[in-house]
Design a protein around this ligand. Structure first.
Ligand SMILES: O=C(O)[C@H](O)[C@@H](O)[C@H](O)[C@H](O)COP(=O)(O)O
Length: 343
């Protein structure tokens, strides 16, 4: 099969590499001629591309299949421009992290033109070339079926995880790492919640490891002779552990209940930078966590862990500072308590 790819950044280029590896061909569109040249040199006749959108579309065989893999904010405009150049029967795929509301609108807007639209939540990030990408797909069943050979090349495959006991016979698409989740928007809806969970899981590891990091607090303690303004550490003898956090994450990777790929990556980060000196601790968010909470509020689903994890990201960026100052001001007002200098 042939795939058109708009956006040859790490994700787009790696998807192209995976499909070409399985005997498919690709046509790329990207602002930087350099990215196109690099991929052409690497993939030979299996890849061609253009910085000009019209020329790119002309290079595609009908029915054209165009995967858009660019930052979510730019996707809408790119799809609008692209759809003007496509014909009935063509398929547009949004593989970025768009909000599923947009998918519902886009699928509706494209349908009268006869252009099909799939939203594909794509997980795997910078490791996708080697590990494969987990694909969460929304849209019409017929187009999903048509593109199955491509999904099989892009997804990790059944061997990426031991088969679940009881699942035998021909592996299902889900077991191969791709799934048709439902109609327009369903793919990005599932990916959105995946990312909400990602926030929560990340926060759980980070908070637990922070307790371990503070486990030697008693060693520096002067035996409870602290000023009345500071909460005393009542039992310094309980906190005398100078723990090796990189090694703890390493041992948890083997046989523990909390082993995971996220923990593998955490162990790698801690091995490279044991005190995380190369990070300031400001944690960004691209929207998926917020949209997850919105969906939970709309449907009255309690999500205390996921919402705390999102709010912690805001705090990490200094957004709690005013509230923290307010706490100090109130405490001083009613109790005459002054803030203690930083330790
Ligand atoms: O599944 C994945 O491969 C990741 O989730 C990927 O999609 C990306 O790294 C996040 O979208 C970052 O999201 P935040 O910027 O919101 O942390």
């Amino acid at each position: 099969m042939q795939l058109g790819m708009i956006g040859l950044g790490r994700m787009g280029a790696n998807i192209v590499r995976r499909i070409v590896r399985d005997g498919n061909t690709a046509v790329g569109h990207e602002r930087h001629q350099g990215h196109i040249d690099e991929l052409s040199a690497e993939l030979g006749d299996s890849f061609k591309g253009s910085t000009d959108l019209k020329e790119f579309v002309a290079m595609l065989d009908a029915p054209r299949v165009v995967w858009v893999m660019i930052p979510a904010g730019a996707t809408g405009a790119a799809i609008d421009e692209l759809s003007e150049l496509l014909e009935p029967g063509d398929i547009i795929i949004d593989g970025g992290n768009s909000r599923y509301h947009e998918d519902i609108k886009r699928a509706k807007a494209l349908a009268p033109k006869g252009i099909h639209y799939l939203d594909i939540g794509t997980s795997g990030g910078v490791f996708g070339l080697k590990r494969g990408f987990c694909l969460m797909i929304g849209g019409e069943a017929e187009q999903v079926k048509y593109l199955e050979p491509l999904f099989r090349s892009i997804a990790p495959g059944v061997d990426a995880a031991p088969r679940t006991p009881g699942r035998t016979g021909e592996p299902t698409p889900a077991e191969q790492g791709w799934l048709h989740c439902g109609p327009a928007g369903a793919g990005h809806f599932v990916k959105m919640v995946h990312n909400g969970i990602e926030y929560g899981a990340m926060a759980a590891y980070a908070e637990g490891l922070n307790i371990l990091q503070h486990a030697n607090m008693g060693a520096a303690h002067d035996g409870g002779e602290h000023s009345a303004e500071e909460t005393p550490l009542e039992n310094p003898e309980y906190y005398q552990y100078d723990l090796d956090i990189p090694d703890i994450t390493e041992v948890w990777r083997r046989g523990s209940v909390v082993a995971s790929w996220l923990l593998d990556l955490t162990a790698g980060a801690l091995y490279a930078d044991p005190n995380l000196d190369s990070f300031s601790g400001r944690v960004s968010d691209s929207g998926e966590g917020r949209w997850t909470i919105d969906a939970a509020i709309d449907t009255a689903v309690p999500v205390p862990v996921l919402s705390a994890a999102l709010f912690q990201r805001f705090s990490s960026r200094g957004e709690a500072l005013y509230a923290d100052k307010m706490l100090s001001a109130m405490r001083k007002a009613f109790g005459g308590h002054n803030e203690l200098p930083e330790k």
